[in-house]
Design a protein. Structure first.
Length: 262
C-alpha cells in the first residue's frame, strides 16, 4: 500500500467491527492505533507492526524475521511486539485502538478487556490461547492492563498495512534502523482528553490562542529574570545543544529478535 492516498489506521478502525464490544461513535476516539500482523512459512516468516496517532502521524514501523510454529502463534507474537513498541514511545494513560486481521485474536483481546472491567464477564480461558502463545498472551494482558483503555478491531488482511512488513521482512529491514521518536501531544493524554478534543473548532482555536499568549508571557518573564541575573553576577552562561536525543525512549526488547527459542 503506497503512502499516497493511504487510509489512516483511525479510518480503518472506525470502519471495522470490534468483536464482543459495541462500537458507537464515541468509542472511536483513540489516541494511538496499532496494526499488527504475523506470517508463517516453513522456511521462516515475520512480524510487522505500524503505529499511528489519531491524526495519521506515523510513530513507528517494525518488520522483523521470525520462526513461528504456525500462523496463530505468529499473530500473538506480532501483537505483543506492537504493544511493547507503543508502550516504549507513549504515555501510559492512553486510549489504544488495535487492528488485527485475525478474528479469534481480536475477540480474545476484547474478551480480556471486558473481563477486566466487568466482574460478571468470564475471563479468557488460557486453553483458548494457541499452544506456544502462552508467554506472549501474558505479555499482551500486561499491556492491556497498563494502558488507559484498549479495544481491538478486526480488519481485512488486504487492508492491513502491517501485512507486507510481516510477509517480506527482508524487504523492509530498513524501517528498523530509523530513529523513532515518541509523539508528544499538545494536550496531555489523560482520561479527560477526549472531552477536551470534542470541543468546537472555534473553542479549540480560542484555547490555542490563549495558551500561546500565556506561553509568550512566561517566556518574557523568564528572559527578563535571566537578564537581571546576568547583570548582577557579571557572568555568562552557555547552553549545550547536543542533548536533543535525550527524549528518545529505549527500543523494545523485541527489536531485531526472533522467537525461535520460545
Amino acid at each position: 500500500m503506497g503512502a499516497y492516498g493511504r487510509q489512516t489506521l483511525r479510518d480503518l478502525f472506525d470502519d471495522s467491527p470490534t468483536p464482543h464490544i459495541a462500537h458507537p461513535p464515541q468509542t472511536h476516539h483513540r489516541h494511538f492505533y496499532v496494526a499488527t500482523d504475523g506470517s508463517y512459512r516453513r522456511n521462516g516468516g515475520g512480524l510487522g507492526a505500524v503505529i499511528e496517532t489519531r491524526d495519521g502521524t506515523r510513530v513507528a514501523r517494525v518488520s522483523v524475521s521470525d520462526v513461528a510454529p504456525d500462523n496463530n502463534v505468529a499473530e500473538y507474537r506480532a501483537l505483543h511486539l506492537g504493544l511493547d513498541v507503543l508502550a516504549a514511545r507513549a504515555p501510559a494513560d492512553i486510549r489504544v485502538g488495535v487492528l488485527v486481521d485475525h478474528d479469534d485474536l481480536a475477540a480474545t483481546v476484547n474478551g480480556e478487556v471486558l473481563a477486566a472491567g466487568d466482574p460478571e464477564w468470564r475471563p479468557v480461558d488460557t486453553c483458548c490461547v494457541p499452544p506456544g502463545s502462552e508467554h506472549h498472551w501474558r505479555g499482551i494482558r500486561a499491556r492491556i492492563a497498563g494502558f488507559g483503555s484498549l479495544r481491538a478491531a478486526r480488519i481485512d488482511g488486504r487492508e492491513n498495512p502491517a501485512h507486507p512488513l510481516a510477509n517480506t521482512p527482508h524487504e523492509y529491514d530498513h524501517v528498523n534502523r530509523r530513529k523513532e521518536r515518541c509523539i508528544i501531544p499538545n494536550v496531555p493524554y489523560t482520561s479527560d482528553c477526549i472531552s477536551v478534543q470534542q470541543t468546537s473548532p472555534s473553542e479549540s482555536l480560542h484555547d490555542q490562542q490563549r495558551q500561546r499568549g500565556q506561553r509568550g508571557q512566561r517566556r518574557t518573564q523568564t528572559e527578563s529574570a535571566a537578564s537581571t541575573r546576568t547583570a548582577t553576577d557579571r557572568r555568562s552562561y552557555t547552553t549545550d545543544s547536543n542533548d536533543s536525543d535525550d527524549d528518545i525512549p529505549p527500543p523494545s526488547r523485541f527489536d531485531g529478535c526472533g522467537y525461535a527459542s520460545d
